[in-house]
Design a protein. Structure first.
Length: 384
């Protein structure tokens, strides 16, 4: 498709870092990308964006720090310099940036809404005032969610119009897969079947449910072992229950990148025993490794796992969770089937190319709504 130029997009990483980097990498195939990001984020992830994205490192204070006013000034000057066709807020956890909205009235704005409401026990997200989150959502010309259920919930909350709220899948998170491949990491030999629970340990993640289910699993698969990797506020309550079960290995800390890559290589099964959820970046990581999952039927997690065939979806019940884990551990053919389905999802609807094209369509709709049509875009051949 012949074009004059590709659309210019300024991305602000106001959501999870891994998601932001995956999205920016994906979108660089269809748009000219500028990323304004915190200095530590650029130091950690910047090499992933070399040659494809204009990166602007910035001091990015914590939510309650008044130096955010300086950040806001820097961002507004960057907007004037870049003159983007679209500003994409890659999450809605903003406070001070909401003060800049009156200066962005002429700009087409797209906001990704990861969670329509805060999860139980998610003390980090609850630090951001709900009023500023709602203000950003209301100012958006386009809103992105990761599933039809989330779309309905956002519209039911009184935010957005049906032609303004769009479903775009959470992209596959393949950074640790690439780390594993680059380092030649493979499964550690000589261990029994490994079930992985990974990420922030908060009440809604259902670690207590997994602990209860594990008692039934090890009775039927005695060499099964469970790795819990991550930390969070719910861990203090659950630590005694983990300590008295020798089949659990707890890595209570931030897990560095290479160790994370090895954990996913070693895992035979990822378990998502959530009690409440919207979507899951951990599920997107599992897809990159072709890793089967067992998930509870909550939010878009159960919907995606079931639709793609990545693994069985069960009620948030310890007995049902245990049966599903045992069933897979005893059935190598089923494990292989779900592993292939996970890999197919990573190469299909969760792939960078698919997500980029769907997001570009959202930009066009948002620009039309804002009465500022986007230039056409040429997709780089290597991204399909």
């Amino acid at each position: 498709m012949s074009v004059q130029r590709r659309p210019r997009v300024l991305c602000l990483p106001t959501g999870p870092d891994e998601y932001a980097i995956a999205m920016v990498r994906a979108l660089s195939s269809v748009a000219d990308l500028t990323l304004a990001a915190p200095v530590p984020m650029v130091e950690r992830f910047g090499h992933d964006l070399l040659g494809t994205v204009a990166v602007h490192p910035m001091p990015w204070p914590r939510h309650r720090d008044p130096r955010n006013l300086l950040l806001l000034g820097r961002l507004l000057r960057l907007v004037r310099r870049v003159d983007p066709d679209v500003i994409h807020f890659l999450g809605d956890s903003v406070f001070w940036l909401a003060l800049g909205l009156p200066f962005l009235r002429r700009r087409t704005k797209v906001v990704t809404v990861h969670d329509v409401t805060c999860h139980p026990g998610d003390v980090q997200s609850q630090k951001v005032p709900a009023a500023t989150i709602r203000l950003l959502r209301q100012a958006a010309d386009g809103l992105i969610v990761h599933g039809q259920g989330l779309r309905r919930a956002l519209l039911d909350s009184g935010i957005g119009h049906p032609d303004q709220v769009h479903v775009v899948a959470h992209p596959v998170l393949d950074r640790h897969r690439r780390i594993a491949d680059g380092a030649g990491l493979v499964k550690t030999p000589g261990t029994g079947p490994c079930i992985l629970f990974f990420g922030r340990i908060m009440a809604y993640k259902g670690l207590g449910l997994l602990i209860e289910a594990s008692d039934q699993v090890v009775r039927q698969v005695p060499d099964a072992r469970f790795v819990v990797a991550g930390t969070g506020p719910d861990l203090a309550r659950l630590r005694p229950a983990l300590a008295c079960r020798p089949w659990f290995e707890l890595r209570d800390r931030y897990v560095p990148d290479r160790e994370t890559a090895q954990l996913f290589c070693d895992a035979d099964l990822l378990v998502l025993p959530y009690l409440e959820a919207s979507q899951s970046g951990v599920l997107a990581q599992a897809a990159a490794f072709g890793l089967p999952v067992v998930a509870t039927d909550v939010g878009e997690i159960g919907t995606l796992a079931g639709r793609t065939g990545m693994g069985p979806v069960v009620p948030a019940d310890a007995a049902a969770l245990a049966r599903a884990m045992v069933g897979l551990l005893r059935d190598p053919l089923a494990m292989r089937h779900h592993a292939e389905a996970a890999a197919a999802a990573a190469a299909g609807e969760l792939s960078a190319g698919s997500v980029a094209l769907r997001t570009l369509a959202v930009y066009r709709r948002a620009a039309q709504r804002h009465a500022a049509p986007l230039p056409a875009s040429r997709v780089h051949p290597e991204h399909g």
